[in-house]
Write a protein that binds this ligand. Structure first.
Ligand code: ZN
Length: 133
């Protein structure tokens, strides 16, 4: 099965300031921003070769990303792995007794199918599965 790193998610308090950091300090270029209202975040995508950095800014205090920043501060949030068939992957993980945040995929930024694996199953690492059609 073909897998690759789809993107790396970074939690920020201020999206605009975050974009500026990546553009000024690292010389990268933001390719666009988007609101994902279901997850109460605004995101910015910053391509870097064949992967992306995804900046996540909470839109509300009860956003999971707001809680993350409150507990752990800004910075590394999750790694997203691209899969070919997310439903098959989720079935495989469920059968293996892996704890999932999302038993079924939902629709994330750019209409991609996404699901999160619980960090308790991954040594504290939050992993997002992404299927792009
Ligand atoms: Zn993500």
């Amino acid at each position: 099965m073909n897998k690759k790193i789809d993107h790396i998610g970074i939690a920020v308090k201020d999206l605009q300031k975050g974009i500026e950091n990546y553009e000024k300090i690292l010389g990268l270029k933001c390719s666009g921003t988007e609101e994902v209202s279901e997850q109460k975040v605004r995101i910015a995508m910053i391509p870097i070769q064949d992967t992306k950095i995804e900046l996540l800014e909470p839109m509300q205090d009860d956003s999971p990303v707001a809680k993350f920043i409150e507990n752990k501060g800004e910075g590394f949030h999750h790694i997203a792995i691209q899969v070919e068939n997310i439903e098959e992957e989720l079935e495989r993980l469920k059968d293996a007794g892996i704890r999932l945040i999302d038993e079924k995929y939902r629709i994330g930024a750019h209409g991609a199918k996404i699901a999160f694996i619980h960090p308790k199953s991954m040594g504290g690492l939050l992993v997002e599965l992404v299927q792009r059609d």
